[in-house]
Design a protein around this ligand. Structure first.
Ligand code: MG
Length: 366
């Protein structure tokens, strides 16, 4: 079997509500859908999930101009060869990882369809029957955030992630209001999205948040401030998670060497695909750290890839955001990805287990 063509489709899908964080306001996801064709008629689907640098629409061009020429002609089974070729074709740019990830997840989709087995079976097999979810609360006025968190708990979610990172005093009040709203038994995570200005500011905010029983604080400082992150980590009791600091395995190695975090938040998109994302999980396990899975948030295809990763990694001790499709008002797949009582469930169809809705693709076409 050989890859014969790779096509890309830019899409613009509205969010269920405008999502605000310290990174800004996101009313819509501008992503790319990638279709990989083969000489056996099996087609694979991938998704470019990317909010940075103009989003996934720009990376459609990267796929067309730079990645497709080096992957066409390969067997879809040759995933590692495809990754090496794509790395050689686009160097020095972690921002291209979501484009590589889209092509790679489409290859896994083809292999799974050909072998009539779910993608998780291509990556080590099923380790768990359900995946504890984390759902993010957009940054806003604290009572609004508390109401939203309470609503998610009523729907069965057992972990909420509170977006902060503007003014530390108001951020502490946001966390306090959410904790009051959800009660003592819900896991509350905090994500500053690089928003605090110094280790001193971050340490002060986190120490005041600790009394509200928080699971972790994510990315208190900018992505490349590994020394500052280490300083914060040493000064507080709550585990420090990094997200923006870690895209691919090389970033994970630097964070681990710099002792800059306790938990790594891993994405299929940012890691450059399922294989690299699984590699980061192996690295953290070997190094005595832990990891969880974060969300861009993805549409249905990218969410499916994240669910497969969550199904097969050896350890997944933290709630993970593998419900990206849930944040959107529409999608490009036929299936509705199930959320049962705050858990995602493994996808059992062949390949990624989702099918492209061509009418929806045309509707959301950018
Ligand atoms: Mg984050």
């Amino acid at each position: 079997m050989k890859v014969t063509a790779i096509r890309t489709y830019g899409v613009r899908v509205p969010r269920r509500r405008v999502f605000v964080s310290a990174l800004g306001a996101h009313p819509v996801s501008e992503y790319g859908i990638v279709l990989v064709e083969t000489d056996e008629g099996i087609e694979g689907i991938g998704e470019i999930s990317m909010i940075w640098n103009g989003g996934g629409l720009f990376l459609c061009e990267t796929v067309r101009q730079l990645l497709a020429p080096v992957v066409v002609g390969l067997s879809p089974f040759d995933v590692v060869q495809a990754l090496k070729r794509m790395d050689a074709a686009v160097q020095f740019s972690r921002a291209a990882n979501p484009a590589k990830a889209a092509v790679e997840m489409a290859l896994y989709d083809i292999v799974g369809k050909r072998l009539n087995t779910p993608v998780y079976n291509l990556l080590g097999g099923r380790v768990r029957d359900r995946i504890l979810l984390s759902i993010s609360i957009a940054l806003g006025e604290r009572e609004q955030m508390a109401r939203e968190a309470g609503g998610y708990v009523e729907r069965g979610f057992k972990c909420v992630k509170v977006k902060v990172g503007l003014d530390p005093d108001a951020d502490v009040e946001r966390v306090a209001a959410v904790r009051r709203a959800v009660g003592p038994n819900i896991t509350v995570r905090v994500d500053a999205n690089m928003g605090w200005r110094s280790p001193r500011e971050a340490i002060s905010a986190i120490r005041r948040m600790e009394e509200y029983g928080i699971h972790s604080v994510e990315q208190p400082l900018p992505a490349d401030h590994l020394d500052g992150l280490r300083e914060v980590r040493a000064a507080v009791a709550v585990p420090i998670m990094v997200d923006e600091s870690v895209w691919g395995p090389e970033d994970a190695a630097q964070v681990m060497a710099g002792k800059a975090a306790d938990i790594l938040n891993v994405y299929v998109s940012e890691a450059g695909g399922l294989y690299n994302a699984a590699t980061i999980f192996s690295m953290t396990r070997a190094g005595g750290l832990t990891a969880c899975i974060g969300s861009m948030p993805e549409l249905g295809v990218g969410t499916a890839a994240e669910v497969h990763l969550a199904t097969c990694v050896a350890e997944l001790p933290h709630p993970s955001d593998v419900c990206g499709a849930f944040y959107h008002a529409g999608d490009v797949i036929h299936e509705e990805l199930g959320i049962e009582d705050g858990f995602a469930v493994p996808l059992e169809g062949p390949g990624l287990g989702v099918t492209l809705n061509r009418d929806a693709l045309n509707h959301y076409r950018a």
